[in-house]
Each structure stands twice: as structure tokens, then as C-alpha cells.
Unconditional design. Structure first.
Length: 186
């Protein structure tokens, strides 16, 4: 009887684990299946050129993905779901929940989001916080799906790529999320 119950418990745990993993994968993929919503104080565009500019309290959301900026240029010349969003701010910010439930937070003076490639490029005072590490430098390229980054300093810059690994970074990530939430609520 004990062996049978142990076997049933082990089977249940395996099925539950598989379901949890699939649910996490769905959360991540679900972001990109949701519509992209954009709000701002002002907006103007050119339908022939397929370009729009949004200014003042700009916020883009797509599922858990969120970009905030002072100014945003959207180019749709490549077609549907291939838009390129260029956000400018002091700093502009990006947040998104990852497949494991943790958050990634990024800030920079210029953030470029390529929707088709799911790539975020950060330039100017670039910062990336994920799990228990942070990176600060001049520019960072972040692949959202692969959760991979490439960071480098500008050739004329004195600022090197600084990576910090510690538990306090996770706390800073949470604080950054809280700060972004408070700014949104204003």
C-alpha cells in the first residue's frame, strides 16, 4: 500500500510540475499574443509613411510588457506585428514578467523595441535588472524570448560594463517596479 501511494504521489507531482511549467510558458508567450496598447497626452502621425509620434506620459503595454517614456516614435512601415517603437526619456523604462514569474526591469535614455524580433535595445545610461544581478553601461541589447543580453560601453566612454551579483539587486528590482507603479498611478 505504501509503495502504491508513493507511486501515485510521485506521479501527481510530475504531472503538477509539467502543468506548472506549461503555465509559465503560456504566461510568457501570452504577452506577445495580446494587443499592444498605447496611451499618451498627444499623438500625431502620417498614414502614408506609417509613422506616429506620441508625447507626454507615454505608456505601451502588451500583456505584462510595459514601456514608459516622455516621447515615443512608432514606425509601422515593415507591416503588422513588425512595428518598431523608439522611446525617449530621462530615463525611459521597460518592465516585463519572465516565464519563471520574476521581473526584468530596464532603463535608458533611449529604448528601441523591435516587436517582430522581440529585442529591446537600451542606449544612454542603460541599466538592466534581472533576478539577482544588474548591469549598467552605455548600451545593452536584450533578447526578450531568450532572456539573453549583450552589454558594451561606447568607444569614447570611460564607463565600463558593471555587473553586480547579489541578493540586494533583487530588492532593487522590486523597488524599481514599485516606483514605476507609483508613477503610473499619478
Amino acid at each position: 500500500m505504501f509503495k502504491l501511494n508513493t507511486y501515485l504521489l510521485a506521479s501527481l507531482l510530475i504531472v503538477t510540475s509539467a502543468t506548472t511549467i506549461n503555465a509559465q510558458e503560456i504566461v510568457k508567450k501570452d504577452d506577445f499574443e495580446k494587443p499592444t496598447m498605447l496611451s499618451s497626452d498627444t499623438s500625431y502621425g502620417d498614414g502614408k509613411e506609417k509613422v506616429a509620434v506620441h508625447e507626454g506620459n507615454v505608456k505601451i503595454t502588451q500583456g505584462t510588457l510595459e514601456i514608459k517614456a516622455e516621447k515615443l516614435k512608432v514606425s509601422a512601415a515593415l507591416g503588422k506585428d513588425k512595428e518598431v517603437f523608439e522611446a525617449f526619456g530621462n530615463p525611459a523604462s521597460y518592465t516585463q514578467q519572465l516565464s519563471d514569474g520574476t521581473m526584468v526591469v530596464a532603463r535608458a535614455n533611449h529604448i528601441r523595441y523591435e516587436k517582430a524580433n522581440k529585442i529591446i535595445s537600451l542606449k544612454g545610461n542603460a541599466e538592466l535588472y534581472q533576478n539577482a544581478f544588474s548591469i549598467k553601461t552605455d548600451s545593452i541589447i536584450y533578447d526578450i524570448e531568450k532572456e539573453q543580453w549583450q552589454a558594451q560601453k561606447n568607444t569614447d566612454s570611460q564607463q565600463q560594463v558593471v555587473t553586480v551579483f547579489d541578493g540586494a539587486t533583487l530588492k532593487k528590482t522590486k523597488e524599481a517596479l514599485e516606483k514605476n507603479k507609483k508613477e503610473t498611478d499619478k
